[in-house]
Design a protein around this ligand. Structure first.
Ligand SMILES: NC(=O)c1ccc[n+]([C@@H]2O[C@H](COP(=O)([O-])OP(=O)(O)OC[C@H]3O[C@@H](n4cnc5c(N)ncnc54)[C@H](O)[C@@H]3O)[C@@H](O)[C@H]2O)c1
Length: 336
């Protein structure tokens, strides 16, 4: 396949690009480098620096590179920022997302896999969360993703776009070459590892949740398992594949959660990280953050059934260990 990866210079995108190249695909990355890194684009991929929001430029790129299918990984994804600056999220993720879809329509490329999120569910009523559960985001980030999901659904109905929408839970871990480097770092595992490196105190937000140890419980999915899911999803968008619709006429997205189905509390993450780094990581308890559900755990049963996807690196030792190894091998992070 000839694949376009938007956001291929970012954390999840970079590991996926590496996996697609290893599987023999031709990969073009479209990234504006706003939160990504030039050095995170694997050798062998073609990097085009620019925005996916520009329909005409996207259409030209798709035609020039003869792209078959798009993995739309790029987005703004800071929950807190989305609450104080929602316009950015509607402009970038929603407006930009429509720009991308229009570029695809202009070029006649109708296969897309979307990086969506558990944040679309908001405060879940039960756990593990099923794809059929209500989608009621409680932050502008989750809402912006829900809007893109809706646009893709209607482009399927009206124009025959074939799509897979993947709702990730917490991505974590690293490949040997590519890992997570965000500024600010809002994700728990890299934040714990940074605290370990810098011998600083780590803040856990709230220890009075209705969970076994009072701290929030999340489902961590290894970034290489996500990459494998992306490839299976891209294959499912093939014109002859009945999972994403008939050969002509309206198509419906396949929507799948991606998680391990296991929850780990914040305290369990810190304890596991202490074992891996070999020393104690001091923790202080801060106030709860608005909009943090107590437990977010996926049922990924549908991804297994529909895509044949089964996470292989679910244990915490792999997830945290690979992130730690990447940090140790890249002590200054990416060069740019
Ligand atoms: N990291 C997680 O735990 C997680 C969980 C659920 C969903 N997601 C989703 O997965 C995707 C990737 O997340 P990530 O953690 O790798 O983020 P990231 O910030 O590391 O990567 C996003 C990439 O998109 C690029 N980008 C942003 N706006 C762009 C634009 N207008 N045009 C071109 N490129 C642009 C950035 O430069 C960056 O390289 C996002 O869509 C995010 O919403 C991530």
């Amino acid at each position: 396949m000839r694949i376009l990866v938007t956001g291929g210079a970012g954390y999840i995108g970079s590991v996926s690009v590496e996996a697609f190249l290893a599987a023999g695909h031709d990969v073009t990355v479209l990234d504006d480098l706003s939160t990504g890194h030039r050095a995170a684009v694997a050798e062998g991929a073609t990097l085009e620096v620019g925005t996916y929001a520009d329909s005409r430029a996207v259409a030209q790129l798709l035609e020039r590179r003869q792209i078959d299918a798009v993995l739309h990984c790029a987005a703004k994804s800071l929950v807190g920022e989305s609450m104080v600056d929602p316009a950015k999220y509607f402009r970038e993720n929603v407006g930009g997302g429509i720009g991308l879809l229009e570029g695809m329509r202009l070029a006649g490329v109708k296969r897309i896999v979307l990086s969506s999120t558990a944040a679309t569910y908001g405060m879940p009523e039960r756990t593990p969360i099923l794809e059929t559960d209500p989608v009621r985001p409680i932050n502008a980030y989750g809402e912006s993703k829900r809007c893109v999901e809706a646009a893709i659904t209607w482009y399927g109905h009206g124009y025959g776009f074939r799509s897979v929408i993947l709702r990730y839970f917490n991505a974590a871990g690293a490949s040997r070459l590519f890992g997570e480097q965000h500024a600010p770092e809002t994700h728990l595992i890299p934040a714990v590892l940074i605290a370990a490196e810098e011998s600083r105190e780590m803040t856990i937000y709230g220890d009075d949740y209705p969970t076994a140890d009072g701290t929030c419980v999340r489902d961590y999915i290894h970034v290489e398992d996500l990459a494998a899911a992306h490839l299976l999803a891209l294959v499912a968008t093939d014109a002859g594949d009945p999972r994403t619709g008939p050969t002509s006429g309206p198509c419906q997205p396949v929507i799948c959660n991606l998680g391990n189905g296991n929850g780990f509390s914040n305290r369990e993450i810190v304890a596991a990280a202490e074992t891996i780094v070999g020393h104690a990581i001091p923790v202080k308890i801060g106030p709860r953050r608005a909009g943090d559900p107590a437990v977010l755990v996926a049922s990924a049963e549908r991804a297994g059934r529909e895509l044949g996807w089964h996470p292989r690196q679910g244990n915490l030792e792999n997830v945290i260990g690979s992130a730690w190894e990447w940090r140790r091998n890249h002590p200054s992070g990416y060069a740019d």
